[in-house]
Every structure is written in C-alpha cells, then in structure tokens.
Design a protein around this ligand. Structure first.
Ligand code: AMP
Length: 400
C-alpha cells in the first residue's frame, strides 16, 4: 500500500511517497518556484538527493516531473503509477464546510472553490494541486486533509469570538486553528511513548515553527488552540504578529495610509520576530544576533517565549491541569533555549525541566526532558504531518 502526499503552495509543491506497511518514506522532495524563473526540482530516494534546475511553468508540469521520477528506471522507487494507491492533499482551511478529511469528488471540489478566500494564499494552490494530480491519475482515489480538522472538537465557548452572533451564522467567523495534523500526531505519539491511554491524558502540544500554534488536548481531543479564524492569531511568529488589539492595527493603517489588505500583508509578512528584531524571522539568526548584543533580537525572543508560556498557563487552566507538554516543529524540536525560557518558573504547575537533558536532547527522535521530580512529562517529539495525511487518506478512501 503506497500513498502519495501532496502539499501544494502557490509556487511550490512538496511530496512524499509513503509505504504504509512500514510507514516509511520511499521518496520525497519538492518543486520550487513553479511559474517563476529558475524553477527547481528536488528528489530524495535511495539515500541520495537529485536536484534539477528545470522549467516548471505550472503545477501540472510539477506533478508530471514527480511521477516521472518516482517511476524512473534508475532513480525511481515504483515501477508504475498504478502502484500509487491513493493521494492525500494537505488543505490549510476548511471553514465549517469540511469537518473531516474528505474524498475528492466533483462536489467536494465545488465546495473547495467556495471556500477559496478563507486562505487566499493556500487554498487556491491546493485546488490547483488536486486538479494537476487528477489530470495524471484520474482513477486514483484522492483525499483532502485539512489543517483545521483536529480542532472541530473545541466547545462553542472556545471557538466563538464575541462578535455579533449573526456574523458567525452568516460568515462562519470563528476560531478554526491550524497545524491540526501535527497536534494530533504528537499527542498520539506522546500517549504511545508513555504507554498511556490518550483518553486519560491532558496534553499541551506546542507546534513551534515558522508558524506556531499551541493546543490543549483532553482525552485525545482538541479543546482549544491558539490560532484563530486564520493562522495569524496566537503567539508572535516568524513574520506574523500573533494576537494584537485590532484598534492598534487600525491606528497604524490610518497613520501609514494602508488599506485593510495592506494591513493584513503587514501583519502576516512584516511583523512577528522579523518586525520586532529587524534582523530575521529565523530563530537561529535571532539567537546569534541576541548573543552578539542586539537588544531587539533579544526582545523578539523574549516575547516569543513569554507568549508561549502564557498559552501553556492558559491551557493548563482550560484543561484543569496538565500531564504532558510536547514541543515539536523546527523551533520546538531544535531550540533548547526557547524550550527552557518558555517553561521557566512553572514549578507551581508541576513543570520542571532538566536543563542538561534539554540541551542534550537528541534530534529526530522522541526525548523526555523533564527533571526526575517533575510531575508533568515534557517531551520533544518530531512531527510528521505527512504520515497523518497518508493515514487519513487510507482510512477515508477505504484502502486499509
Ligand atoms: P518549521 O516551520 O517547522 O520548518 O520551522 C522552521 C523554523 O525553525 C526556522 O525558521 C527556524 O527559526 C527554526 N529552526 C530550525 N532549526 C533550528 C535550530 N537548529 N535551532 C533553532 N531554530 C531552528
């Protein structure tokens, strides 16, 4: 059983071919700069990497390149496209239109068209990706897997904004959250690793990467999450502001002569770590700059860790306690200083880090980093969103 996982961006297409018997990656890579000069194709399989500078004018060409390489006599990992049993497509936003992973049908794609503007940068790209795959593999079952899916178990008082209720009814304005596949995966992995039933656990999952979100998971179900109607809300991120008083944004817009759409671009692309530090959105650059005495880089990092800590505290309250805190994604898995600062002075909650285990934390594997007398387990777990998408694809397309 082999599942191809596709993650389409507006000018990129990431892919993984997963053998579901062993849940191992047979091949993976990406097409970059689709429709832009100097397109690039990367293919990794058999322990080697092939990089090709080649013209990729559109997503159809990208999908064809991927399939050609996967079935290539020398570099390939399958003998024909027929060996691909299903294709799982990552979709960022679902609105309330899709609460579960959904089989691709003409009707589902019609609904996808209707919710395009919920994620104007991402959802149209997913549609293009699905159509490109359908063009090459018309008879292969395909499934839409939504980043928002895991969060539909939130109670209404957690997902509602205090706005005119009619606007919720009319436009479905509410908290949807994001990174659902990652939160779900690491929460399940945590329970498995600890040998506990997930139904008995209160878990706070911190997906800290270029985009960051924190989720409260009770009995395996999401009860609250930090991202909102869009992935702009929550902790400050690489280039996103995170939570901000809307009146402050309006004040800046008026003073700087920005339209609403300018303001959204500003809040999504020019704020966060980049905006505060003026150095970079990348935490590695921020650490170097901060260590060299750049006070704005120090401030950006302090803001990130303080806000992460605030959400952990809030979710411990929402969960009525916490058994496990999980760190995952680029920063969560790799940045020991962020983990330490985000968990500082939480002994009152039973959270006590082992400073040495935190620093020595091995990469690419599950690690426990709490002190021996910590009541709360603190785990670093590599995320695997593609595997969740592949599993959902198998189950929805009845391929098991
Ligand atoms: P992601 O979005 O999960 O791929 O995470 C990307 C972010 O993780 C990058 O922008 C970096 O800020 C951060 N990151 C990746 N590797 C490291 C590392 N070794 N140390 C600190 N931060 C890292």
């Amino acid at each position: 059983m082999k599942i191809l996982v596709i993650n389409s961006g507006s000018s990129s297409l990431k892919y993984q071919l997963i053998d579901m018997e062993t849940e191992s990656v047979l091949a993976k890579g990406l097409c970059e700069r689709i429709g832009i000069a100097n397109s690039n194709f990367v293919y990794k399989a058999h322990g080697m990497t092939i990089e090709q500078q080649t013209d990729i004018p559109d997503h159809n060409t990208a999908v064809k390149l991927v399939l050609d390489k996967l079935t290539d006599k020398e570099a390939g990992v399958i003998s024909s496209m027929k060996e691909i049993d299903g294709v799982g497509h990552r979709v960022v936003a679902s609105g309330e239109a899709f609460k579960q992973p959904t089989l691709v049908t003409p009707q589902a794609m019609e609904t996808m068209e209707q919710i395009k503007d919920l994620a104007p940068l991402h959802n149209p790209a997913a549609i293009v990706g699905v159509n490109a795959c359908l063009a090459q593999m018309p008879d292969t079952p395909m499934v839409l897997v939504f980043d928002t899916g895991f969060h539909f178990t939130m109670p209404d008082y957690a997902y509602m904004y205090a706005i005119n209720y009619q606007h919720y009814q009319k436009y479905k304005i509410r908290r949807y959250g994001a990174h659902g596949t990652s939160h779900k995966f690491v929460a399940q992995e945590a329970a498995k690793y600890l040998g506990k039933n997930i139904e008995d656990l209160k878990i706070i999952t911190c997906h800290l990467g270029n985009g960051s979100s924190i989720t409260a998971v009770k009995g395996g179900k999401c009860i609250d999450t930090s991202m909102g109607f869009t992935p702009l809300a929550g902790v400050p991120m690489g280039t996103r502001s995170g939570d901000i008083d809307f009146a402050a944004a309006e004040y800046i817009a008026k003073k700087e002569g920005m339209s609403i759409s300018d303001m959204l671009t500003y809040l999504n692309k020019q704020c966060g770590m980049l905006g505060v530090s003026g150095v970079s959105s990348d935490f590695r650059d921020l650490s170097v700059a901060s260590d060299a005495g750049n006070d704005r880089a120090r401030l950006a990092l302090d803001m990130f860790c303080y806000n992460t800590k605030k959400y952990i505290g809030a979710y411990a309250a929402a969960l009525n306690g916490v058994d496990v805190i999980v760190f995952t994604a680029g920063i969560g898995e790799n940045d020991s200083r962020v983990r330490e600062a985000s968990l500082k002075d939480m002994e009152y909650l039973g959270v006590k880090l082992d400073a040495q285990k935190n620093v020595d934390c091995p990469r690419g594997t599950i690690a426990e980093i709490q002190a021996d007398d910590s009541k709360v387990k603190i785990l670093v777990i590599p995320t695997n969103e593609e595997l969740v998408i592949a599993r959902e694809t198998m189950s929805v397309a009845n391929l098991a």
